[in-house]
Design a protein around this ligand. Structure first.
Ligand code: ZN
Length: 244
């Protein structure tokens, strides 16, 4: 298997994990930069149930939105500029995930920060407040909107698209996918803690090692359990939330 084929397998797996963990059903997409090129692997339309996504379903696009090497009739994913413009702006980013996941999106709507509240290794992607894009609430379909997303996100691991969803960017597919999962968990726990009191947060010093490992592209140990148990044995996980 070539490196690109292996990367495609991981991108496909990311979609299945987002589905199994309740972060997406048909909408949402994971992409991966093909190293050394201005192209990336992404899932095209039509939106199929994400637990069905396989490597053969994916396409390659360039940063201008052209489909590369298509052998069948396909339509590019509508929000491709999110991916292209973040890759263009941030050479260190190897993968991007976009979802409309429930709890994280809800805190963005409410204008409340997702706090680092559970587990230093889990909370690393929210060690800093997640920035918010609040001046454009429509789908990100134009290059101009994509550039706005990249500007608002700056060097952050995640971005709220207020009244829309979330964007995650990381050195690799595994980290970007786990960021989406872990941030959803931190968001849900932040919200529940806010309902009953003043949430205590994990101090920055306790988060530092995990923050540095994440930025360096170290694949979290949790990845193995997700692909082994959630993808191969979906009955082991009860989906918790989203139908979006
Ligand atoms: Zn969207």
């Amino acid at each position: 298997m070539s490196a690109i084929e292996a990367l495609s397998e991981t991108v496909a797996l990311s979609h299945r994990l987002l589905y199994r963990t309740g972060l997406a059903t048909t909408r949402g997409h994971t992409s991966a930069r093909i190293e050394g090129t201005e192209t990336f692997i992404i899932k095209p339309w039509p939106h199929i149930q994400m637990h069905r996504v396989q490597a053969a379903d994916l396409i390659v696009m360039d940063f201008d939105g052209n489909i590369v090497g298509a052998t069948r009739k396909i339509t590019r994913v509508s929000e491709w500029p999110i991916h292209a413009e973040i890759y263009r702006a941030r050479p260190e980013i190897g993968s991007i995930v976009h979802t409309h996941q429930r709890w994280a999106t809800m805190l963005g709507i409410a204008g409340r920060s997702i706090l680092p509240v559970v587990g230093a290794d889990l909370a690393a992607p929210v060690a800093e407040a997640v920035p918010v894009l609040d001046e454009d609430k429509s789908l990100i379909r134009s290059v101009e909107q994509g550039k706005l997303v990249a500007r608002r996100m700056a060097n952050a691991p995640a971005l709220h698209l207020q009244n829309h969803g979330m964007v995650f960017a990381a050195p690799n597919v595994e980290t970007a996918t786990l960021d989406a999962l872990q941030i959803e968990y931190q968001a849900e726990m932040t919200w529940r803690a806010l309902l009953i009191g003043d949430p205590a947060t994990i101090p920055p010093l306790d988060l530092r090692a995990a923050v540095e490992a994440r930025a360096a592209g170290v694949v979290p140990e949790a990845w193995e359990s997700y692909w082994k148990w959630v993808d191969r044995h979906p009955e082991a996980l009860h989906r918790r939330t989203a139908d979006i």
